[in-house]
Design a protein around this ligand. Sequence first.
Ligand code: FMN
Ligand code: EPS
Length: 388
Amino acid sequence: MRFLTSGESHGPKVSAIVEGFPANLPLNKERMQEELFKRQGGYGRGRRMQIEKDTFEFGSGVRHGKTLGSPIMLEINNDDFKHWTKIMGSEPITEEEESEMKRVITKPRPGHADLVGGMKYNHRDLRNVLERSSARETTARVAVGALCKELLHALDIKITSRVTQIGKVVDEGTYDFDTIVEKTNSSSVRMVSDEVVSDAEKTIDAAKKAGDTIGGIVEVIVENPPVGLGSHVHYDRKLDAKIARSIVSINAFKGVEFGLGFKMARTPGSQVQDEIKYSTDDGYYRSSNNLGGFEGGMTTGMPIVVRGVMKPIPTLYKPLMSVDIDTKEPFTATIERSDPSAVPAASIVAEHMVAIEVAEAILDKFPSDDFNELKDELERYNRRIREF
Ligand SMILES: Cc1cc2nc3c(=O)[nH]c(=O)nc-3n(C[C@H](O)[C@H](O)[C@H](O)COP(=O)(O)O)c2cc1C
Ligand SMILES: C=C(O[C@@H]1CC(C(=O)O)=C[C@@H](OP(=O)(O)O)[C@H]1O)C(=O)O
């Protein structure tokens, strides 16, 4: 399976094409749609999310509620485009019209892609960079992830996500899967512990009031992954490595850890490696899950537990110093409408990136033309693993 996304933030639409997805998988479109709605939510989002509806449509690859095995196109309109038709339209405009718009961006924002993208692609209007570097694109990724979650759902593999930190407010407690699903879906900041929610909201409010932004940490959990997804035999087949790359590919994500993560540096090996146990009912299992579900780049069958850190959003209402690329004079950076914090929304993006990687690993390992054949083969494989 592979996929591409396209779309500018204020252009007509964002879309994705997924190729190599199996035929005959029934899809629950409402359930997929809910995932896109979840990405829009969360305390700290700016005004843009009130403009967008983020309803998606299948452009191809689905007939009568089932996949065909042909490329699946997923499309989401940018409702904001109606306010940007002149600035973002595909029709040529005259120099006069361009100067009338007075919307050419020449003051790059520190921490965004504006300056480097402008230099690399030789754009003197930095809007030509920021439109594609915007996290608007993550809408298309969540649509692809929602499709992949349909595959996981049909194979009884569960996936969810939560926020474990916003600024200095931490919720590191361990909870069972269903509690995480229930609590995060009703929490404004997607944290599980009720005690920390109002502190997290206050942290976001304080950042907003100060014209500042705030980052945090998100966690994704996958329950019941098959044993042996990914491979130890080559660096680019290790599934933990692929997931790490996918997490850091999310706009503003700067680090990843699995299981005990960076705490492993100060923990002796005897308290890090997960001991191996066996029961006739369940086969092999581990008495702990410090390694977050991976050994040798392969799933152990224990839950995948991966966290990613999101830096504070770069666009500040109290902007930092920058240099105007026309005058070369120091200036405060351009103020674009912005989110003070998008950590809760980003947890949904992270969840869907992990769903994509796990689904892709399943489609790599098992026959992937026909979903029913895949399912039978996975059941046969799971029996063999239990008896190993
Ligand atoms: C869900 C989400 C929403 C975001 N919203 C904003 C925003 O409103 N303003 C902004 O400057 N950056 C926002 N970002 C982050 C930028 O897109 C990101 O910092 C930028 O593309 C530069 O990439 P880098 O930080 O990975 O280097 C958001 C990121 C995510 C995941
Ligand atoms: C549009 C989305 O997020 C956007 C991501 C983003 C950025 O620079 O990354 C900047 C903001 O865009 P705008 O200037 O239009 O408000 C966010 O709203 C979205 O998540 O769907």
